[in-house]
Design a protein around this ligand. Structure first.
Ligand code: 6PG
Length: 235
C-alpha cells in the first residue's frame, strides 16, 4: 500500500476524498487539458459526490474539462435504484456544469456482453490505446471485491480486455466491470472504505492477502486508501 489515511468519521473521510479529487483534477487539466475519472458504485462514495457538488467544491473544478466513467455497473436501467449511474447523477452529475457528452456511462440496461463491448469502444475513444485514467475511485466489499471483481470469478483473470461482463453467482446478478489491466494502468487510484463491517477484510488486505482489492497495484501510478476509524479497526 503506498499511502493509507485514517479519518475519524465518514464526514472527514468524504472531505479528504473531495479535496483529492479537486487537486488531481486541476493537475490533470493543467498537464493534459482534461481529467478522466472512473467513479465507483456502492454507497460509500455518495457523501464525497455530494460534497463535490456543493458550491465550495464545484467552483474549484473546471467541470467542462472533466470526463466521467464508471468502474462497474449493475445489470439495470439507468433509472433503477441500484444503478451506479443513477446514484452519481443524483449526488453529483446533475448538480455540476459537466458537458453531457462527457458522461460515459455503462449501459446496464443492455445484455451484459453487449454492454461490455459498447463500454470498451467508448473507453477506447476517451482514453486511447494506453487506457490510463487520471483517477479511479474504488470501494471494497466485505469479501474483498472491488468494482465487480469478485473472489473466484473469471473477471479477475482478464489480462487483455479493459471491460468484461461477469456473472456474480452469490448475487445472482450480472455486472459489467473494468479489469485489472485498466486499474493497474491508472495514474491515481483512490479507495474509500468506511464502517466496522469492513475492518476484518481491510486488515487482511493490509496483511497482503490476495483478495481482489489487493490486486489493484498501479504500476506507474499512485495508490491511496482513505478509510474511517471504524474500518481501520478503531486505530
Ligand atoms: C458496486 C461497486 C462495489 C462497491 C463495494 C462497496 O457497484 O457495488 O462498485 O465494488 O464499491 O461493494 O460498496 P459499499 O460502499 O456500498 O460498501
Amino acid at each position: 500500500m503506498s499511502e493509507f489515511g485514517v479519518y475519524p468519521d465518514v464526514t472527514s473521510l468524504a472531505r479528504a476524498a473531495a479535496e483529492r479529487f479537486v487537486t488531481l483534477a486541476a493537475e490533470a487539466i493543467a498537464a493534459r487539458d482534461q481529467f478522466v475519472v472512473a467513479l465507483s458504485g456502492g454507497s460509500t462514495p455518495r457523501a464525497t459526490y455530494e460534497l463535490l457538488a456543493t458550491e465550495e467544491f464545484a467552483t474549484r473544478t473546471d467541470w467542462p474539462r472533466v470526463h466521467i466513467c464508471w468502474g462497474d455497473e449493475r445489470n439495470v436501467s439507468p433509472n433503477h435504484p441500484n444503478s451506479n449511474t443513477r446514484m452519481a447523477r443524483e449526488a453529483l452529475l446533475d448538480n455540476v456544469p459537466i458537458i453531457a457528452s462527457h458522461i460515459h456511462r455503462i449501459q446496464g440496461e443492455l445484455p451484459p456482453e453487449q454492454a461490455a463491448a459498447a463500454y470498451r469502444a467508448e473507453l477506447e475513444a476517451v482514453l486511447g490505446a494506453d487506457r490510463r485514467f487520471d483517477l479511479i475511485l474504488l470501494g471494497m466489499g466485505t469479501d474483498g471485491h472491488t468494482a465487480s471483481l469478485f473472489p473466484g470469478t473469471t473477471a479477475l483473470e482478464e489480462r487483455e480486455r479493459a471491460v468484461v461482463a461477469v456473472c456474480v453467482e452469490r448475487l445472482r446478478a450480472w455486472r459489467v466491470t473494468l479489469t485489472l489491466p485498466v486499474f493497474n494502468a491508472a495514474r491515481h487510484v483512490l479507495f474509500l472504505v468506511s464502517g466496522v463491517a469492513k475492518a476484518k477484510t481491510l486488515a487482511r488486505i493490509r496483511a497482503g492477502q490476495p483478495l481482489p482489492a489487493s490486486l489493484v497495484q498501479p504500476a506507474e501510478g499512485e495508490l491511496v486508501w482513505l478509510v474511517d476509524r471504524d474500518a481501520a479497526g478503531g486505530a
